[in-house]
Design a protein around this ligand. Structure first.
Ligand code: CU
Length: 162
């Protein structure tokens, strides 16, 4: 890995914990923000399997939805559900290769032992694609990832021309 990408990966982990270190923990990320339990308007059950797949792996929501994710590890291995942009997930995945024992316990991510269930409440405050992945060593590379498509007006107009 190039030195600068290592630094980027480290910075990603650092910023996500810093974001929680102040304020009320409702800091907005590029992919949304921690949701208010009183505003949940969708429940999505997600199953994690040793086949290195999430079920479902494609989820559609509307901008502004607060989703309760009920995440179950149906496998015999440890798995994780980590929300983020694809860029962040890739950087985080590289970081995990150096720090395979890193534990994830944050508003946008959870690590689950076999058979365990956990809940994440997330508000999709920006339209576009939000990704999720399992960052256990080798799992992301094996295809353990999925995406949430957030419909609604774009947060920023694209500068790309057709
Ligand atoms: Cu996994």
């Amino acid at each position: 890995m190039k030195p600068h990408s290592y630094f980027l990966a480290f910075a990603v982990c650092l910023t996500s914990s810093l974001a929680l270190a102040h304020g009320d923990g409702k800091e907005e990320e590029d992919f949304g923000q921690p949701g208010d339990p009183l505003q949940i308007n969708r429940t999505v059950k997600v199953e994690m399997r040793d086949s290195m797949r999430f079920s479902p792996d494609k989820i559609n929501v509307k901008k502004g939805d607060t989703v309760l994710f009920v995440i179950h590890n149906g496998g015999a291995l440890k798995h994780e559900f980590v929300l983020g942009t694809e860029k962040e997930l890739k950087a985080h995945n590289e970081f995990m290769k150096q720090n395979p024992d890193m534990e994830h316990d944050d508003d946008s991510m959870v690590s689950l032992a076999p058979g365990d269930t956990a809940e994440i409440i997330w508000k999709f405050s920006r339209s576009g694609a939000v990704n999720f992945a399992c960052l256990q060593p080798g799992h992301y590379a094996a295809g353990m990832k999925g995406s949430v498509s957030v419909s609604g007006p774009l947060h920023k107009p694209s500068s790309k021309k057709p």
